[in-house]
Design a protein around this ligand. Structure first.
Ligand SMILES: C[S@@+](CC[C@H](N)C(=O)[O-])C[C@H]1O[C@@H](n2cnc3c(N)ncnc32)[C@H](O)[C@@H]1O
Length: 310
């Protein structure tokens, strides 16, 4: 991962351009298990082929043609569990941005797209009363459940089989029976969440602008949205830090299949612009975002946005 601070060396710059390719290769790769003298399949592509084969064996012979999206979801879930458990434990680059940010979470928390629960250990604070994790990839739910138990937060962590768009999320929240939507349903100005977490997820949600507006509406007045996301490289936005080569490599990685192999992730989203625009004319109380690795194919934004109080 690119480093966040200081001027990058030539080697770091090169690695910063190649990083998405490295992740794609990982997504396609397999590794040799010397103990069992066999191959352990780690890659999304091999998972995908295996999921297709399983569907056919189970009688769903047309599923690989007519249910591509469903099978891809299952394969992505399997890949992400493997990927998350094989991540290096040392926190470098963008990963180092997450702990200080998430440790400020309080109250009722929305943890969007928690994946395999890699951030759950940062959510053990007593200041947090409950957590709702909408994760549409249900293949990840058993791992999420186990992680919540291991971290001692299973009582307050509600895993939701839904995406984050309001039309899916609100019914899923109601279904928990916790009454978390009651005040919002009396008056939407009340909002629902004290803290919303967006960690490497706004790159994958459909309809980014609509989603960020809905998230703004779901925040309580004075509530905070904590964000760490990779974004589009912007070489011409006037701060002189973006990179034309970084932008070009983003374009190439997208073109050679990044989105398909990485669960609909997009490298070229203006997430900062969408978040800024989400508050409409009234604007945020504060919009405290830092950008890092702007010279790479995976520049990051990280920070805290606070909604105005009533
Ligand atoms: C790159 S992973 C990041 C997971 C986790 N936040 C992390 O940092 O390890 C993106 C996650 O977002 C989920 N996701 C994709 N679309 C979503 C949506 N519309 N609503 C909520 N989560 C979504 C994916 O299933 C996946 O688990």
């Amino acid at each position: 991962m690119p480093s966040n601070t200081g001027a990058p060396s030539l080697k770091q710059q090169l690695m910063g351009m190649l990083e998405p390719g490295q992740l794609m290769l990982w997504s396609l790769s397999r590794k040799f298990n010397s103990e069992q003298a066999s191959y352990d399949y780690l890659g999304f592509a091999t998972d995908y082929l295996r999921v297709c084969k399983e569907a056919v064996i189970n009688g769903e012979i047309f599923a690989p043609i007519f249910q591509i999206s469903k099978l891809r979801d299952v394969a992505f879930g399997r890949f992400w569990v493997e990927f998350s458990s094989n991540r290096p434990s040392e926190l470098t680059g963008s990963s180092a941005l997450i702990p200080p940010l998430l440790s400020t979470s309080t109250g009722i928390v929305l943890d969007i797209g928690p994946g395999a629960g890699s951030q759950m250990h940062l959510l053990r604070s007593k200041e947090i009363t409950s957590i709702y994790g909408p994760e549409p990839c249900t293949t990840l739910h058993p791992t999420l459940r186990t992680t919540a138990i291991n971290e001692g937060i299973s009582e307050k962590y509600h895993i939701l089989p839904s995406g984050v768009s309001a039309k899916d999320l609100l019914p899923a929240l109601r279904k928990t029976g916790t009454g978390v939507t009651d005040a919002y349903e009396k008056d939407t100005k009340n909002g629902i969440f004290d803290t919303i977490l967006c960690v490497r997820v706004l790159c994958s949600v459909p309809e980014l602008e609509k989603t960020t507006k809905e998230l703004y509406a779901l925040l309580k007045p004075g509530g905070r949205l904590l964000v760490t996301e990779h974004v589009v490289n912007r070489p011409f936005d006037g701060n002189g830090k973006g990179s034309v080569i970084g932008r070009l490599t983003q374009f190439i990685w997208m073109w050679v299949g990044w989105k398909f192999l990485l669960g609909d992730c997009c490298l070229d989203r203006d997430t900062e612009g969408a978040l800024r625009g989400a508050a409409g004319v009234e604007g945020w109380e504060s919009f405290d975002i830092e950008r890092s690795a702007e010279w790479s194919a995976m520049p990051y934004i990280s920070g805290t946005l606070v909604k105005k109080s009533l």
